[in-house]
Ligand binder design. Structure first.
Ligand code: SAH
Length: 306
């Protein structure tokens, strides 16, 4: 697997943001900095927000090495020119209004959300997002979140687990998986990503059901959404973006889950101060899916402040 985060729909997102030199932009999900650096390269000023302190530290380091004496001689002039054009902020985008005001990004030309997790987070063993490597069942994007995935798996009753797996994972074998989880946790708490993945995989194996993706994928996604309150944060973040956008400013949202896309679609429709630019959502090209599997389920919607 690629160890770096490959930005999804990079060219398209930048094109729809219509980046102009000197104008201000908010990247609400900075991640590995893919989109942020592209906006900077085109002369835009960026407020880059991420709730994961590791993401912010990663971008800080990238910028530092980019501006190191040695590199300055090598880097082409067309790339990032001014350090002052980038402001980094660790925080939840559900507080986008307060963060933007604090850093002087009150009226901006564009706001980008590229939702979900980054490849850095998936590959970071201590974060526990992935069943590819054995790690503690955690899944918190921000270490200040109080509930870990293991707390949910070991303490929630059957009804609540079922709501989570069915609503957020569209998991068809939810009840059978929950029976297996409750049996296992009676013996000892489920503590690692592999343990949970094994339980789910065994349920599928017993039923003789197989598919293209790992059967644990949906359960893991559902837990991640709940641990990080992903849908609630998105619902809170969208309304304040309207006041932050200047007239003609663009709001670009890339989502990876039908429930997220539904929230964006309904918000765009109901908000009178927005003109919808993308009548249907924009997805990745066949080429991008081949080179970057994370883009598989991406949907991008664009609107413009009237
Ligand atoms: N566009 C980035 C990748 C973004 S991945 C790039 O090209 O490199 C999604 C990022 O959004 C992750 O780093 C995650 O920590 C962050 N994120 C998810 N929910 C968030 C929230 N509520 N507030 C702030 N950041 C969030």
């Amino acid at each position: 697997m690629n160890q770096f985060h490959e930005p999804v729909l990079l060219k398209e997102a930048i094109e729809y943001l219509k980046v102009k030199p000197g104008a201000k932009y908010i990247d609400a999900t900075a991640g590995g900095g893919g989109h942020t650096f592209e906006i900077l390269a085109r002369g835009g000023k960026v407020l880059a927000i991420d709730r994961d302190p590791d993401a912010i530290a990663h971008i800080k380091n990238k910028v530092k090495s980019h501006f190191s004496q040695e590199n300055l001689l090598k880097v082409s002039k067309s790339k990032v020119k001014n350090l002052e054009d980038l402001v980094l902020a660790q925080g939840n985008f559900s507080h986008i209004r307060e963060i933007a005001i604090k850093y002087g990004f009150k009226k901006v030309s564009g706001i980008l959300f590229d939702l979900g997790v980054s490849s850095h987070q998936l590959q970071d063993v201590k974060k526990g997002f992935s069943f590819q490597k054995d790690s503690p069942l955690d899944m918190r994007m921000d270490p200040s979140i109080s509930l870990k995935a293991a707390d949910i798996i070991n303490n929630f009753d059957k009804r609540r687990l079922n709501e989570i797996f069915e609503n957020f994972g569209q998991e068809k074998l939810s009840r059978a998986i929950i029976d297996a989880i409750t049996r296992a946790r009676q013996i000892k708490p489920i503590g690692s990503t592999w343990e949970l993945a094994q339980i789910v995989q065994n349920v599928y194996k017993k039923r003789g059901v197989s598919g293209k993706i790992n059967p644990a994928t949906r359960v893991f996604m559902a837990l991640r959404i709940v641990v990080n309150s992903e849908l609630l944060n998105l619902k809170d973040a969208l309304p304040p973006t309207i006041d932050l956008l200047a007239k003609g400013g663009r709001l670009v949202v890339i989502s990876f889950h039908s429930l997220e896309d539904g929230i964006v679609k309904r918000f765009f429709k109901q908000e009178e101060r927005l003109e919808i630019i993308s009548k249907t959502p924009i997805g990745p090209s066949r080429q991008e899916i081949l080179t970057n599997p994370r883009s598989r389920s991406a949907k991008m919607r664009i609107a413009q402040k009237i």
